[in-house]
Design a protein around this ligand. Structure first.
Ligand SMILES: C[S@@+](CC[C@H](N)C(=O)[O-])C[C@H]1O[C@@H](n2cnc3c(N)ncnc32)[C@H](O)[C@@H]1O
Ligand SMILES: [Zn+2]
Length: 507
């Protein structure tokens, strides 16, 4: 590339450099889930663990094999392996790799496609031209061609669900949420003045517009759903098209990386929270975006979340919520067989506005997320909790889980540190955060409710006693967007300790 070209060309080359410098970049094995920070180590592993010699296979393709063929090879090997074909049985030849359908990345964010150097048989072969690659992709992956990305059905449904108006209206109309973001931005406008902001999952563009109105220099608004088209219109209609650039795509995908360019951003803003905080798994994407695009001293908005749990002991409310009361007397008939199919049952997590009077113990913060530092692996966790039961609590019916969201301008400033986010839990401190708990204005997140088993609901606990336990969040295998929540608990009973446990899913 000549000097002039490198000045004007896309900054992809620099992104590649940045990505390989950052110690967070990992290369997924071609055949299993193991991750490696260096390509040669990954290749050695393929040889040893999967008896597949990648370099040997590439040699067979000839000295002059080009980068696009190597890209196809990577996608082809990953694809075959997804079909559970044993690595040693995968046939690699030029005819197979002539098919341009393998240009389509098999993994949505495959770092290996940006790091082909170690795979090229000839060290002098020219640097991969990603413009050429993208052009080829556009040409060849037209309508009707089998789509080969890891777009699993769940992801397709997920992004489809964000394409219509109703869901965005519901979110915007949730004033606790929208005004929580707005107040933070407007009360801290000096943080946004002249800054570059990345809005992960911009939806209609509302948060990007708040940032631009507060003085941000440039806002990158990314959304993979078709709502991005509306965002573009909303932004233009309000005269912000010179400040806000809408990119339709997954934030972690490489074409988004290209569009964003090599400059890192000062601020990442995102409204990623789901039921029970982590349902939908969008936080994974936000953390990937943080690792890819945020400056070292950049700001995450929001900056922290805390997760809280409290017991529920109100039998009448539970009977109502679980449908027990309704189905037990339908015009004089007993329709109890209908109860297990209700929204509150012994398999799934229910979502309700839990009246605060049903809460029978002190809410306890069991997990804190510092968005600047938390890792994706920390989102599968087990954490202890403890609560003091009320004086009229004789048994436990369910647990309620909710979260509070914080906007701290800079976690290092003394003022921010003085805020004890673990104890904070009320609405009405604009610019600081909001609670989605049963003591605050209801939000569209409501609270997650986990019903105890019928047997555990019968256990007698000591009034005024302590209830202790552990909460575990885990992503179910093969469903990154769901959550399995397990609660194990122990309380003082009339005759010694009483124990119970439950596992519920949100799917
Ligand atoms: C909860 S909505 C928030 C929308 C908007 N920011 C607001 O506050 O009204 C989340 C949005 O993120 C988008 N999204 C989720 N994961 C994404 C990803 N990995 N890449 C791009 N967009 C994503 C969804 O399509 C959805 O529109
Ligand atoms: Zn492997």
């Amino acid at each position: 590339m000549s000097d002039t070209e490198s000045d004007t060309a896309s900054s992809l080359g620099d992104i590649i450099e940045d990505a390989s410098e950052a110690d967070t970049t990992t290369f997924k094995c071609l055949f299993c889930d193991e991750q490696w920070s260096r390509v040669p180590d990954m290749l050695t592993h393929c040889k040893k663990e999967h008896t597949f010699d990648v370099e040997d296979n590439i040699k067979k393709l000839g000295q002059d094999v080009d980068e696009l063929t190597i890209i196809k090879l990577v996608n082809y090997l990953r694809l075959e392996s997804q079909k559970s074909i044993e690595p040693k049985d995968i046939k690699v030849d030029t005819e197979t790799l002539a098919d341009d359908k393998y240009l389509q990345p098999t993994l949505p964010d495959d770092a290996l496609l940006f790091e082909l150097g170690d795979l090229m048989p000839n060290p002098d072969s020219r640097v991969v031209d990603y413009d050429e690659y993208e052009a080829a992709l556009q040409r060849n992956i037209g309508e009707g061609v089998e789509k080969l990305t890891l777009d699993n059905d769940r992801d397709v449904d997920y992004f489809e669900s964000y394409k219509g108006n109703a869901i965005h209206r519901e979110m915007i109309e949730d004033r606790v949420r929208t005004e929580g973001y707005r107040d933070f931005i407007e009360k801290n406008a000096e943080l946004f003045k002249g800054k570059t902001v990345l809005d992960v999952g911009c939806g209609t563009g509302i948060l990007s517009l708040f940032c631009a109105r507060a003085g941000a220099k440039r806002v990158l608004a990314v959304d993979n759903s078709d709502i991005a088209k509306r965002a573009r219109e909303n932004i233009a209609r309000n005269g912000y098209e010179d400040k806000i650039q809408v990119i339709q795509g997954r934030v972690e995908d490489f074409h988004t990386q290209r569009m964003i360019g090599k400059e890192k951003v000062d601020i990442i803003i995102s409204e990623w929270m789901g039921y029970g905080l982590l349902f939908e798994g969008m936080l994974d994407s936000v953390l990937r975006a943080r690792d890819l695009y945020l400056k070292e001293d950049g700001l995450m908005v929001p900056s922290h979340c805390t997760m809280r749990i409290a017991p529920i002991s109100d039998k009448a409310w539970i009977e109502d919520a679980s449908g027990e009361k309704f189905w037990k007397d339908v015009y004089g008939f007993d329709f109890s067989s209908m109860i297990p199919g209700g929204v509150l049952n012994d398999r799934e997590i229910g979502v309700f506005d839990v009246p605060s009077k049903t809460i029978s113990g002190e809410p306890c913060t069991f997990y804190q997320l510092d968005l600047k530092n938390i890792q994706i692996r920390d989102l599968d966790f087990t954490a202890p909790f403890s609560t003091k039961l009320g004086s009229d609590t004789a048994s436990i019916e369910a647990f309620a889980i909710w979260f509070d969201t914080f906007f701290l301008p800079n976690p290092k400033t003394p003022g921010a540190a003085a805020v004890d986010i673990a104890k904070w839990g009320a609405n009405g401190e604009p610019g600081l955060g909001f609670s989605t708990g049963p003591y605050s204005t209801p939000t569209h997140w409501h609270q997650a409710v986990l019903l105890l088993s019928e047997e555990d609901r019968k256990k007698e606990v000591k009034r005024d006693g302590t209830l202790k336990g552990r909460v575990a969040y885990k992503k179910p295998k093969r469903d990154d967007r769901g959550i399995d929540v397990t609660v194990e608990w122990e309380a003082e009973g009339a005759q010694g300790p009483v124990k119970g446990s439950l596992k519920r899913t949100m799917a």
